[in-house]
Design a binder for this molecule. Sequence first.
Ligand code: HEC
Ligand code: HEC
Length: 295
Amino acid sequence: MEHKEIDHITGTETTGHAWDGDLKELNTPLPGWWVWIFWITIVWGIAYSFVYPHWVIGTKVLPTVFDWSSRGDVHKALDAAKTTMAPQFAKLEKASLADLRSDAALSKFADKAGEAVYGDNCVACHGTGANGVFSGSGYPNLTDNDWLYGGKLEDIVETVRVGIRSGHEDERTNTMAAYGDDKTLNADQIKNVAGYVLSFSGNSLAGADIAKGKQIYLEEAACNACHGDDGKGVSEIPGAPNLADKIWLFGGSAEKIITSITHGRKGVMPAWDARLTPAQIKAVAVYVHSRGGGK
Ligand code: HEC
Ligand code: HEC
């Protein structure tokens, strides 16, 4: 055993470490109160781990003294919210769209509930619509006033219920041919008709013969059957985008338009009737309708 050295000025034991010969490290004991707190925190920590969820065996969290968990709290809060909202959802379930228009309180509830449904199910494709964040190419912006299948509340309810080219028995659909892939039109003809399409929105395509494009649009390919003579669509034939309004579903550059004409697009919107309740569908339609300059 080494001899204990006591520093004669402080009367405290040294650790035996020395720097530059004279400078010595004192081994000052920790104050009693500090040591006590240290031990108490350890005891507290162990006790705590039995009171709140902590110990895990495999994937199972061992039960705790109070059987509390933050997830359990969430479930309780959700159940409570469901119970409070149940009467309003029941009312919404039965309400006709006319009721919704006349009952301001119910319509407000539908809008709020619809916001939640939209956030959970629609944002991924259609974007939030807030802060200018809209959907990507192929996914219509639901907050403008440009509608493929109609912007009335009834139309939106139906679109959401059955989807578009969704495989649902009542699906909404309108299929534009793939004029290039089918060899109905050759590359030159497609360029000419693309130039004519661009002219609807005041744009031009270098090298396109607009007169020939017009001929194809109105006669050879009869694009006007779905898109209308002026590109603004035909009300009895929904689904074909308005080609004259500078709002493009798949992009308005010459290249994108040529791709649309060459390959067709066939955008798919899922049907929601199996995943959402009729009340939820009504709610999300109210939400979309109120945001979207709905008609
Ligand atoms: C998987 C992607 C996807 C999801 C999720 C989705 N949609 Fe769509 N939706 C589309 C596509 C794609 C179209 C356009 C289809 C086309 O090209 O005609 C569309 C079209 C629509 C339209 C028609 C717009 C018009 O101009 O007539 C409405 C309304 C709509 N969606 C609402 C919703 C709502 C409400 C939800 C959530 C419940 C939702 N969508 C979820 C992809 C999606
Ligand atoms: C049978 C109806 C029909 C005919 C005929 C038709 N289209 Fe379409 N067109 C559509 C539909 C429906 C869409 C949307 C496609 C989708 O959602 O998948 C579309 C989309 C487009 C787009 C993309 C628009 C956008 O906003 O991005 C262009 C461009 C276009 N068509 C041009 C033409 C041209 C040019 C012709 C003739 C050569 C033509 N269409 C003939 C139904 C038609």
